[in-house]
Design a protein around this ligand. Structure first.
Ligand code: SF4
Ligand code: SF4
Length: 138
């Protein structure tokens, strides 16, 4: 691969409705709470699952994310790091087959200008820094 092409498609919310978990950083939690005019504690009690090493959004029944509302993200300006950086996640940019598999359902992959490999890896590194416990070697 010479690089990656990606441009998120207006009106698309496919990735928000895929089976999976949405992890948060502590800063994501603070920003989302403030955006919704809630205290951190109230936001966490209502929307977050906290484990020993991670924070993630609770899932509503039969849907993937509480904040996928009216065809868009209700916290778009403050959405969690993993949402903002998709699809430049380490597990995708470091594995061409995983990138191609993701392209089968994300209509933004293959669109837009060419993004150099180094640039894509820099974004992926931001993901690793945001969620160190998710990426540490097991
Ligand atoms: S599936 Fe791809 S194109 Fe659609 S919203 Fe997600 S990142 Fe954008
Ligand atoms: S927080 Fe927003 S961008 Fe992230 S999965 Fe939920 S609706 Fe999609």
């Amino acid at each position: 691969m010479d690089g990656f092409r990606f441009a998120c498609q207006p009106g698309c919310t496919v990735c928000c409705d895929r089976e999976g978990r949405v992890y948060l950083t502590e800063d994501d939690l603070s920003r989302a709470a403030a955006w919704l005019g809630m205290s951190r504690d109230d936001f966490e009690a209502r929307y977050v699952v906290r484990t020993r090493h991670t924070l993630r959004l609770r899932k509503p029944r039969r849907r993937q994310c509480h904040f996928l509302q009216n065809g868009g993200c209700a916290i778009h300006p403050v959405k969690p790091v993993q949402c903002r950086l998709f699809p430049f996640w380490p597990e995708l940019v470091e594995r061409p087959t995983a990138w191609r598999r993701t392209a089968q359902w994300c209509p933004g992959i293959g669109q837009g200008p060419l993004i150099q490999i180094g640039q894509a890896h820099e974004v992926a590194a931001e993901m690793r820094r945001a969620y160190p416990r998710l990426y540490e070697p097991r």
